[in-house]
Design a protein around this ligand. Structure first.
Ligand code: SAH
Ligand code: SF4
Ligand code: F3S
Length: 469
């Protein structure tokens, strides 16, 4: 048994990063059995779940649609806000109930929530029916732990984050668009955020390995890749090999894979060189997710965001100026401890000024172990909820306006799958990452087609094919 420790997780002075080539021998001992996998949280977790899926399938399990059919269930958890945690425990209740009827059901928990010592304490004391618990640093151990499982709760969570694994196998959700990790962890320590603790210190993959993966996916027919990092601008800093995110991006663009995206860009250390590369290569999509978090300098400082509203605006304008038809989206938190009405109005003002193409908005959620969790907070919940509503009204006004600007225009859309809303349609994304439901046949999945936009809502567009097929 290995248990998580926040003190160890906080430590950034650990040993140099070790690059490990994963070579696992997984026997298909569970043929004929079924797995059910549920993922919470960000793209990073979605991609980790593709690794988990590979392991489950290598063990012989087959995916099932309903929890009730499962012989093994894996919940890949998120710790970013309290409601992410509540969802996990809510679902765990269903799993517990199922285990009463199916005593051989194996329940596994993975992901960021498992990196938190107090969660592990709770699982040990109140949820002893959970069979296997792994953390974010040892997903590769899952097949071994399942294979040797005896029925006794087994917890294997590491706090040290000094490794980067190569040769990880994935069972990818899409044959069109793929995630690629470029860096793990985060060293920014925004005071509200749990990620630097749950994902460990910032570690970059070596450029040659990333490029190899891009080329491999391109040969397999992938049309789009998204480079993943909590803070992509910081890519390469830890490697000290003389290259950075701009270098990586340029080399990825040169592979000629049709579409390249990346998330997330931190407004701090977003360099001119990065902007130059993005604007130079047409296969780098004109879309940037640039979290603002707050428009108040006082709050930004307390958040340890390392920029002022003026610096954010300067970067924002530079991006708009350099990248043709760029779309910029953001993340905003309301109700950081002791946020005043004036602070909040400064945030609203930034939204009015930037007119974001879209924004994810959140009420601050206290995360145990972070610096902000030690601050006394006098702002009542009702005020925070009211601020969120006011913010969403403005945010939605601009995302609708941004979508409406596309009405009657013809834009290239990469068709990725059957539409979730209407099975007779397909859907995909514009280069600016707007979701479009298209009246077109399924055999266009995987193709970039010209679509005429016929309707624009706040969160999606409708369109029809504007070319012969
Ligand atoms: N690394 C990325 C994303 C981190 S998590 C970045 O820095 O942008 C995604 C978003 O969740 C953050 O941008 C932030 O807006 C929000 N978030 C993080 N911690 C939070 C907390 N404690 N309460 C509410 N929102 C939070
Ligand atoms: Fe969290 Fe800040 Fe790191 Fe993003 S940059 S993951 S918000 S600590
Ligand atoms: Fe959640 Fe972990 Fe992502 S906390 S948002 S799954 S990095």
């Amino acid at each position: 048994m290995n248990l998580p420790d926040l003190k160890v997780a906080r430590n950034r002075q650990a040993t140099p990063t070790e690059y490990v080539n994963l070579e696992l021998d997984i026997k298909p001992a569970f043929k004929g059995q079924k797995y059910f996998l549920r993922t919470y949280g960000c793209q990073m977790n979605v991609h980790d779940s593709e690794e988990i899926k590979y392991y489950l399938e290598a063990l012989g399990f087959e995916a099932c649609e309903k929890l009730e059919e499962a012989d093994i269930v894996v919940l890949n958890t998120c710790a970013i806000r309290e409601n992410a945690k509540d969802k996990v425990y809510g679902y765990l209740g269903r799993c517990k109930h199922l285990k009463k009827i199916k005593p051989n059901l194996i329940i596994c928990l993975a992901g960021c929530l498992m990196q938190e010592p107090h969660e592990i304490d709770e699982l040990k004391s109140k949820h002893d029916y959970v069979d296997i618990i792994i953390g974010t640093h040892n997903i590769y151990e899952l097949p071994k732990l399942i294979a040797v499982h005896t029925g006794k709760q087994n917890i294997e969570v590491f706090s040290n984050s000094d490794k980067v694994f190569e040769n990880i196998k994935y069972s990818r959700d899409s044959k069109v668009s793929a995630w690629i990790n470029i860096a793990y962890g985060c060293d920014k320590f925004c005071t509200y955020c749990i990620v630097p603790y749950t994902r460990g210190r910032e570690r970059s993959r070596k450029m040659e390995n990333i490029l190899e993966e891009v080329n491999y996916l391109k040969e397999k027919g992938y049309q789009e890749i998204t480079l993943l990092g909590q803070n992509v601008n910081a890519y390469g800093t830890d490697l000290k090999l003389g290259y950075d995110f701009a270098t990586l991006l340029e080399n990825v663009a040169k592979t000629n894979i049709p579409r390249i995206r990346f998330v997330t860009s931190h407004p701090w250390n977003f360099t001119e060189a990065m902007l130059d590369v993005i604007s130079k290569y047409p296969n780098i999509m004109p879309y940037i997710h640039l979290p603002l978090q707050s428009g108040s300098n006082a709050i930004l400082k307390k958040m340890n965001r390392r920029y002022t509203r003026e610096e954010y605006l300067e970067l924002f304008r530079k991006i708009k100026q350099k990248i043709k038809n760029v779309a910029i989206t953001t993340d905003i938190i309301v109700g950081f401890p002791n946020e005043t009405e004036e602070d909040f109005l400064a945030t609203l003002d930034m939204v009015e000024t930037c007119q974001f193409d879209g924004a994810f908005t959140f009420i601050y959620s206290k995360r145990e172990g972070t610096v902000a969790a030690t601050l006394e907070d006098k702002v009542p919940k009702e005020i925070k909820e009211e601020r969120l509503k006011r913010l969403n009204k403005v945010v939605n006004k601009y995302s609708l306006a941004s979508n409406k600007r596309l009405l009657n225009q013809v834009v290239p859309v990469l068709i990725t799958k059957v539409s979730e809303k209407d099975e007779t349609k397909v859907c995909g994304y514009t280069d600016t990452f707007k979701l479009v439901n298209v009246d077109a046949p399924k055999d266009l999945i995987g193709k970039i087609v010209d679509v005429k936009i016929t309707d624009a809502k706040s969160f999606s567009l409708d369109g029809v094919l504007n070319q012969k097929i």
